[in-house]
Write a protein that binds this ligand. Structure first.
Ligand code: ATP
Length: 240
């Protein structure tokens, strides 16, 4: 029997070059995630992790290279088109609007997102604290609650691929653990995930694959098991 053809990754970049005002931050990045895969994107500050996520989402315009979602080329497409193809973003810094209530945030995602299995009931079931805070404004929420809201908002758009940019940033250790549990549940539900995360323990607890970036390029692309076996190299690359 001939060997089965390699399955098309659901999210892939090839030779992706991107940056700001003509200056390059990404110098030809190749990543590929199979359906249901969870990739942790690691690297020191400023290597271009957020730039990669924002370029995939269409928020930063690529200068060259390709981004494909389920085989469809989307490099240079607008963020709303990329979202419609099933890419959801939990942005760095959460981007919660102070004057809007939790319910109003969720209404916006409900209206603008795709229909699917992530209903409001399911999302509140996953994030019960938000259910208790429905009438509270964004600026009345703790950092952890804002992060939960950012995750809820993205899930309500029913993505098939979720991009998470530093979900544990600035949170107390107990809250980091809660965020980790939520991310693990979302992954266990079969979501394809690309997560940028400084908290190595959290990153390795959710991911099956690791990409370490250096200076705008992929430096190391390995399974989590291989990463754990090369602890010294990992520490050297990440400066920990
Ligand atoms: N909006 C922007 N305009 C101009 N330069 C930017 C912008 N955003 C990021 N940069 C620059 O691009 C480079 C990569 O930043 P990026 O945020 O992608 O890195 P990162 O790996 O996500 O780092 P961190 O962990 O600090 O968030 C940095 O030199 C940064 O100053």
């Amino acid at each position: 029997m001939p060997p089965a053809p390699p399955s098309t990754p659901i999210l892939a970049t090839r030779g992706l070059v991107s940056g700001y005002d003509g200056s390059r931050v990404l110098h030809g990045v190749d990543i590929a995630i199979p359906e249901g895969g969870v990739l942790a994107l690691l690297g020191r500050n400023g290597v271009g992790k957020s730039t990669l996520i924002n370029t995939i989402m269409g928020l930063v315009r690529p200068m060259a290279g390709s981004v494909t979602v389920a085989g469809q080329e989307v490099a240079g497409a607008r963020p709303d088109r990329i979202a419609k193809l099933g890419v959801g973003l939990v942005p760095q810094g959460r981007r919660v609007y102070g004057p809007l209530t939790v319910a109003e945030h969720l209404d916006i995602s409900d209206r603008s997102g795709r229909q699917g299995a992530w209903t409001r009931e399911r999302v509140i079931d996953l994030l019960p604290r938000l259910g208790e805070r429905m009438r509270n404004r964004g600026d009345q929420l703790s950092g952890g609650e804002q992060q939960m809201l950012a995750i809820a908002r993205a899930l309500l758009t029913n993505p098939t691929i979720l991009l998470l940019d530093e979900p544990s940033d600035g949170l107390a250790p107990a809250i980091v653990q809660q965020v980790g549990e939520v991310v693990r549940e979302v992954c266990a539900a079969g979501m394809t995930v690309l997560v940028v995360e400084q908290n190595l323990r959290l990153a390795l607890s959710v991911a099956d694959h690791v990409v370490v970036m250096q200076k705008g390029a992929v430096h190391w692309d390995v399974s989590v098991d291989e990463f754990r076996r090369n602890r010294t190299r990992a520490e050297e690359l990440l400066g920990i």
